[in-house]
Design a binder for this molecule. Structure first.
Ligand code: CU
Length: 147
């Protein structure tokens, strides 16, 4: 009697596993492929107010004129971030460690050391690509694209 129950349980688990593998994995990746395929959307080309975060793709385009960005877990929250000329970005440090917002070249971004909870704001008035980093942790890098 015990053997029969064990065989039934194993059989159900195997069938469930096969079903999960066959139906779950391919359909979710198909969704990802179709949603990222260009040319199917009928928008005008601007991606108003939408942000995508998470995973390895963090590219963000926005038409908002005021953007709040957290510096958290030793990373700048939104990068690369595409904004329009005249956009003001406010960085706020959420880490206990101090961070800066500092241009890699030039002086466009030049914050003081930000303690936890402190912010730094900058309005971009010229188109261009602005690479910046944290002078305390030089491996923290990010990019703002102004167009
Ligand atoms: Cu830092």
């Amino acid at each position: 009697m015990g053997k029969i129950i064990t065989i039934i349980v194993v059989a159900v688990l195997v069938i469930w596993g096969i079903y999960y593998f066959v139906s779950g994995t391919p359909s979710s990746s198909n969704l990802n492929y179709s949603s990222s395929t260009p040319g199917t959307s009928s928008s005008t080309g601007t991606n108003t107010g939408s942000t995508s975060q998470g995973g390895t793709s963090t590219s963000v385009a926005t038409s908002s004129k005021n953007i709040a960005m957290d510096i958290k877990n030793f990373a700048f929250g939104l990068t690369p971030l595409t904004v329009s000329v005249g956009t003001k970005i406010t960085w706020t440090n959420q880490d206990t460690a101090p961070h800066t917002v500092t241009s890699v070249t030039g002086t466009e971004l030049n914050s003081a050391k930000l303690a936890k909870g402190q912010s730094y704001s900058h309005t971009f008035t010229k188109a261009g690509t602005y690479d910046y980093y944290c002078t305390v942790h030089p491996n923290m890098k990010a990019t703002v694209i102004v167009q």
